[in-house]
Design a protein around this ligand. Sequence first.
Ligand code: UDP
Length: 235
Amino acid sequence: MTRGEQLYEGKAKIIYATDDDDYRILYFKDDATAFDGAKKGTIVAKGIINNQVSCRIFTMLAENGIPTHLVKKLSEREVLVKNVAIMPVEVVVRNIIAGSLAKRMGRPEGEKLPFPIVEYYYKNDDLHDPMINRDHVLAFGLASEAQIDQARELALKINSILQPFFADRDIILVDYKLEFGDFHGQLLLADEICPDTCRLWDAESLEKMDKDRFRRDLGKVEEAYVEVCRRVCDQ
Ligand code: UDP
């Protein structure tokens, strides 16, 4: 499969065409943004690490029955994926209170939730990705009833696989964002799962091992990403 023209450049990835319209190549960049693009920077080798971590996680999820867009890793920074029509709804799963949930509910970060919470956000940069509910998804035609219900079901199944996977590696999976897309009528897990899109805390020290180190200027960003990669990919 050869890399064709560049179709889209996002904040963290570039999407290329291939000679088959059913497939795309994703290229992982080192660019990092936060707070809706207001904070910009570079995390050295982030693209390589995120691609490696995401491929490991997607492969493991596929082995556990989750349909994903991943076809194969092509190089350090490139992956071949199925060309899905991305659902314009970001699905966030939360196990521990943190980030925007802590702010919205006026609670400290770190409290365990009684059960995983699934939230939906409308993918729209101009509107700053507002939180929406299932009724909004259906009323505004962002996804069909079957799609949004399947996305929620898959998100909870993914959570039941990912939580123990990270726990075995002494990492607490606090919260994370998932994206889904349609491929010839089948809903597939798409995008990436990596330290950019998850909150990951060391199980012992509770140190943050994710993009919050960049967002909050905590330092040792690269080191944290490398350590997540070591624990996720070497075991
Ligand atoms: N997240 C993401 N992309 C987004 C928004 C959130 O990957 O555009 C992830 C984020 O890294 C965290 C989870 O989703 O793991 C929940 O994020 P939250 O709603 O707390 O928002 P934030 O604190 O990132 O503003």
